[in-house]
Ligand binder design. Structure first.
Ligand SMILES: NC(=O)CCC(=O)C(=O)O
Length: 314
């Protein structure tokens, strides 16, 4: 028994998407100013969706998360609580673009009453902020799958030593175009998240990321193409530029993949803006030619998009 779950159309009109492969350093104010320049440059190409990389306002590393973290709640935060929130909002508004604002370290302070007094706790998240062309916050995504890996002799990284994971999937409605799913870097390794988003009707999966020099050459492009071919939609991966003087060496190679899994554009290692035009017809062509959506066998295996899926932070 075949089944069809993907609503259509998923992309209402063609749209240019730009990935800004940004060079960032240790000075947050300078990083925000530089990001603003590059978003302006991206917008001059006609891009209406602009993507920044993971941890675009700071160096990437567990030792840096607490010192660069900003408080986002209650929303909107004040400029002193979150300069990055206000800088991103202005970048989106000034350039009239949808801005998928990479990610920043977020700090959440909670106080719970306990029998022996208040219990105060500070948590950190790796959080993406998404803004509309008017500068309004549309959504936030906290990285769901934390980057904990250990490849002997190559790389050990444990985000969970410092960060807490997010607990929801993030679909963002861009009214003129349709919806995109936003997730962060290591999240791309989890096909369930992508498949659920695709079956909810998004036209693109967008991942601010920062792969490294061990897994980058092996998996970065492969994962972008895998998520695209599985789900027959566009995938964008946006990395920081490589900086060999930093503690973490990002792979670079920001790219956009089409619904047939062809790489449309790919950056090198350095700072660069890559732009691709996304067209709903290409999604339809891929889905018509290889009609996976009508051939799924939910009588044999379950539909992961049904049932208990979180779209709101509990
Ligand atoms: N920042 C990240 O989540 C890095 C993920 C990564 O490099 C990987 O191999 O996965």
């Amino acid at each position: 028994m075949a089944s069809s779950t993907t609503p259509r159309p998923v992309l209402k009109q063609p749209v240019k998407l730009a990935c800004v492969q940004l060079a960032s350093g240790s000075d947050k104010t300078a990083n925000l100013e530089h990001a603003a320049d590059k978003v302006r440059e991206a917008a001059t190409t006609g891009a209406k969706i602009v993507v920044l990389p993971e941890c675009f306002n700071s160096p990437y590393g567990c030792e840096h998360f607490p010192s660069y973290a900003e408080t986002l709640l209650p929303s909107p935060p004040t400029p002193s609580q979150s300069p990055s929130f206000h800088a991103l909002s202005a970048m989106a508004r000034d350039n009239k673009v949808y801005l998928i604002g990479g990610s920043i370290p977020e700090q959440v302070n909670t106080t719970t009453a306990a029998a022996d007094g208040d219990d105060k706790k500070t948590s950190y998240y790796n959080t993406s902020l998404i803004f509309s062309p008017t500068g309004a916050l549309l959504a936030t995504h906290r990285k769901v799958h934390l980057f904990d890996i250990s490849i002997p002799g190559k790389i050990t990284f444990r985000e969970s030593d410092v960060l807490s994971p997010g607990n929801k999937l993030t679909l963002v409605d861009l009214p003129e175009y349709g919806s995109v799913a936003v997730a962060i870097c290591y999240d791309v390794r989890f096909p369930e998240l992508a498949t659920i988003a695709a079956r909810k009707g998004c036209f693109a999966l967008v991942y601010p990321g920062a792969f490294n020099l061990t897994t980058g050459p092996l998996h970065w492009r492969l994962l972008g193409q895998a998520r695209a071919v599985d789900n027959q939609l566009y995938v964008a991966l946006c990395s920081p530029a490589r900086d060999m003087s930093a503690g973490y060496h990002a792979w670079g190679h920001s790219l956009v993949v089409d619904p047939m899994a062809q790489v449309m554009v790919e950056a090198g290692e350095r700072e660069e803006v890559v732009v691709a035009e996304l067209d709903g017809d290409r999604i339809e062509e891929a889905r018509k030619g290889i009609p996976l959506r009508d051939q799924r066998r939910f009588d044999v295996y379950p539909d992961v998009s049904q049932g208990n899926v979180n779209f709101e932070e509990p």
